[in-house]
Write a new protein. Structure first.
Ligand code: NDP
Ligand code: 2IT
Length: 454
């Protein structure tokens, strides 16, 4: 990063990106994810000729396949509706395809390709045998009745079921897809296949779900944050934490940070942010979970009820904090937000969401040498426990909460240590972006080389 024009690495990155943009026009999110990746991995491949000889970066940025299909369904008034859905099966070199499904009006092929691409390296970092995939639809669940959501999920599965399987591709949740939607989709999958197998993860506890999967992404992000702080002789206890989002990842990140003694002062949704200077309590957090998950309301209702500050239409990055945990969506934190966070003394950023920081924001965090945990590493806890759910399903057993939580902690520690190995030395400042990208890359790339030209 920040290299001059004459730098051979910069030259390689630019010419690689030129080709990628030409092959994938208008896919800005995909370009962004690949740019961030190749900036750190290109130098490694220049030092290790075998990856260049095998054309690994060119092959790795081309998905194995993309399935695109129509989902027709009927709303409560009897109107016929049609949405578009995708499954991007990106790379299965180290295990069956694995990754979430997102239901949101902003879903496009570019968004799902960036998510599927990053998933390959995130899954690799977990050390579990999982390839990378992502899917979803531009269906907007907001304002839909439960019956409409059910009909959409069932119609989606009527097509999706032929492309997935417990040893082929195992979807899970993401934005707009939680326990309710996984239940509807698994019910239709089981009916169509007449088999009870763990082809989806994030299932309910009575039908093959794993304890701690619901909490795993948010908890994992905070375990990773604690690992980064411990590495420099510090800890999250007593720190002021700002969290964005108020969905699955955000609420459990807030919960774990509070359990470890931090003061969490904000959460947000797509309409605005709440700033509770006193900090949340378990009761206040329970109110937010019920508000967002059951009543599907807005966080502004919290501000009304508890009389705290509400930042209408704004993200929470202007709030003074030690630790920022972006847990809502991609590009929610731009260069201006990053400058404000740094100016206000924020020294730790860990990404619960996927690619929440723009390239400009990420560069500022790297230049300022703060503890910056990128999404591939920091939010891998969710898919890691999905992998553990698959193992439990295959063995037809269920592990206890403690057993799963201990495994989650040790996976997050191992991801942290891989980042330290590849992104710095024991006593140096760690570049976690470089560490996560290179460590994730090596496992996938070496498997691809072992297979020859396929
Ligand atoms: P949820 O649907 O549970 O919650 C999403 C939250 O983000 C909501 O508060 C939503 O607000 C907010 N949000 C969504 N889109 C926008 C937007 N365009 N602008 C501002 N806020 C927005 O999703 P999750 O918590 O599961 O996912 C959050 C992030 O974490 C995503 O980036 C996802 O890819 C990532 N992630 C999720 C994992 C999982 O296991 N679920 C695993 C790893 C990463 P509103 O209510 O207004 O829509
Ligand atoms: O982005 C992600 O890692 C997820 N949405 C979770 C994927 C999974 O398969 O559990």
């Amino acid at each position: 990063m920040n290299r001059g024009k004459s730098d051979p690495v910069q030259h390689e990155v630019e010419s690689f990106m030129q080709g990628l943009k030409k092959r994938n026009p208008h896919e800005n999110e995909f370009h962004q994810a690949v740019q961030e990746f190749v900036e750190t991995v290109m130098p490694y491949t220049l030092d290790h000729q075998k990856y260049r000889d095998a054309c690994i970066l060119e092959r790795m940025t081309e998905p194995d396949r993309i399935i695109i299909f129509r989902v027709s369904w009927q709303d409560d008034e009897g109107n016929i509706r049609a949405n578009r859905a995708w499954r991007v099966q990106f790379n299965n070199s180290i295990g069956p395809y694995k990754g979430g499904l997102r239901f949101h009006p902003t879903v496009t092929q570019s968004v799902l390709k960036f998510l599927g691409f990053e998933q390959c390296f995130k899954n690799s970092l977990t050390g579990l045998p999982m390839g990378g995939a992502k899917g979803g639809s531009n269906f907007n669940p907001k304002g839909k009745s439960p019956a409409e959501v059910m009909r959409f999920c069932q119609s989606m599965m009527v097509e999706l079921h032929r492309h997935i399987g417990e040893d082929t591709d195992i979807p899970a949740g993401d934005i707009g897809v939680g326990a309710r939607e996984i239940g509807y989709m698994f019910g239709m999958y089981k009916r169509l296949e007449n088999r009870f197998v763990g082809t989806l993860t994030g299932k309910g506890l009575t039908f093959g779900g794993s304890l701690v999967r619901t909490e795993a992404t948010g908890y994992g992000t905070v375990y990773f944050t604690e690992n980064m702080l411990n590495h420099v002789g510090d800890g999250i206890e007593g720190k002021t934490v700002v969290v964005s989002g108020s969905g699955n990842v955000a609420t459990y990140a807030a919960e774990k940070a509070m359990q470890l003694g931090a003061k969490v002062v904000s959460l947000s949704d797509s309409s605005g942010s709440i700033y509770d200077a006193d900090g949340f309590t378990p009761d206040k957090l329970a109110y937010i979970k019920e508000l967002k998950e059951v009543r599907r309301g807005r966080v502004s209702e919290y501000a009304d009820k508890y009389g705290c500050e509400y930042l209408d239409g704004k993200p929470p990055w202007s709030i003074k904090c030690d630790v920022a945990l972006p847990c809502a969506t991609q590009n929610e934190l731009d260069g201006e937000h990053a400058a404000t966070l740094l100016k206000n003394g924020c020294r730790v950023v860990a990404e619960g969401a996927n690619m929440p920081s723009t390239l400009d924001a990420a560069r500022q965090f790297l230049d300022a040498k703060i503890l910056y945990g990128p999404s591939k590493a920091a939010n891998a806890g969710g898919v890691a426990v999905s992998g553990l759910e698959q193992s439990q399903n295959a063995l037809r057993i269920s592990w206890s909460k403690e057993e799963v939580d201990d495994r989650l902690k040790s996976i997050m520690k191992s991801i942290h240590d891989q980042c330290v190995r590849q992104g710095g030395g024991e006593n140096e400042h760690v570049n976690y972006v470089k560490g996560a990208n290179v460590a994730g890359f090596i496992r996938v790339a070496d498997a691809m080389i072992a297979y020859g030209v396929v």
